[in-house]
Design a protein around this ligand. Structure first.
Ligand SMILES: [Zn+2]
Length: 289
């Protein structure tokens, strides 16, 4: 599906994904092309993605079949973060096209574990630009969901690819040990400095009112934080009690995620010295300072 001229969303099978939406894979085509995330690595799924890439990247010379991975083909696979649903297909796509796999330094170890030690072609840093010719991708380090999560800004089209930092629907999981709520909120604030018309998330549909979406996400987390401070003020001490109060109708399948997010908020508040934590008989308990 063409989202904008030169920006495509490639079909990805939903099969193995446990959540509501399969991971999104995007293709940005300039003089050279870049894949943003790679989806799962199942053979059929990767084959269909490779044929989409061939069709779109070879599009300028459709009558002459252009092998991808040549000068006019796929130059790189930019991975937003090292989670399996975004990265698993990268090895096979890189092998078939010669494209370099790129991932932020802080998720490189996770990526190497998933794809093999020699798989990573380039380690990315905040502020780096990838020139495709007629299109350039700026790397914005946005830790929070994972330490090395990046958003990728296509300046010419004012499009932001957000991986799991911003989703098309639902709430990003920010839970320890990988997740960090203070970083997550700071990373959202960092994005407000960019002129963004369209968000292409790692899951779910594109988001058109980018600035409003980012502001809503910040507000939502700060509201949750206020609720936690309120519960603590009413004398709730244990994480289980806070979760029960914050999520009164929680589906048991979401309990682990809700608990993780709550702990993530509490760690932020402890670091900011608004909340104190004490280990009581092997159980962490929290109170306002
Ligand atoms: Zn993820």
């Amino acid at each position: 599906m063409e989202i904008l001229p030169g920006v495509h969303s490639l079909p990805v099978a939903t099969g193995a994904f446990m959540g509501t939406f399969s991971p999104n894979v995007y293709l940005v085509v300039g003089e050279k092309a870049a894949l943003i995330d790679a989806g799962y690595g199942h053979e059929d799924d990767v084959c269909s993605r490779l044929s989409s890439i061939r069709e779109l990247v070879g599009g300028k010379s459709r009558r002459i079949p252009t092998p991808v991975g040549t000068e006019s083909g796929l130059a790189c696979i930019v991975i937003t973060h090292g989670h399996v649903d975004h990265i698993s297909g990268a090895g096979k796509i890189a092998a078939a096209t010669g494209a370099a796999i790129m991932v932020h330094r802080l998720d490189a170890a996770a990526a190497s574990r998933a794809l093999g030690a020699d798989a990573i072609g380039e380690v990315l840093e905040d502020g780096q630009e990838i020139a495709l010719g007629g299109a350039s991708l700026r790397i914005i380090h946005t830790p929070g969901h994972s330490p090395g999560e990046i958003c990728v800004y296509l300046k010419e089209k004012r499009v932001l690819f957000t991986g799991d930092h911003i989703l098309g629907i639902g709430t990003t999981v920010v839970m320890p040990p990988q997740g960090d709520m203070a970083q997550y909120i700071d990373s959202l604030r960092k994005l407000l400095a960019f002129d963004i018309d369209l968000i292409c998330p790692g899951h779910g549909p594109v988001v058109r009112q980018a600035r409003r979406k980012i502001e809503e996400l910040i507000e939502h987390r700060l509201e949750r934080e206020q609720q936690i401070l309120g519960s603590l003020a009413r004398g709730r001490r244990r994480v289980e009690d806070l979760v029960a109060e914050l999520y009164p109708e929680l589906d048991s399948r979401l309990r682990a995620a809700a608990t993780g997010q709550t702990i993530s908020h509490l760690r932020k508040l402890v670091r900011e010295e608004k909340v104190a934590s004490r280990d009581i008989g092997g159980n962490e308990q929290y109170a306002l300072r």
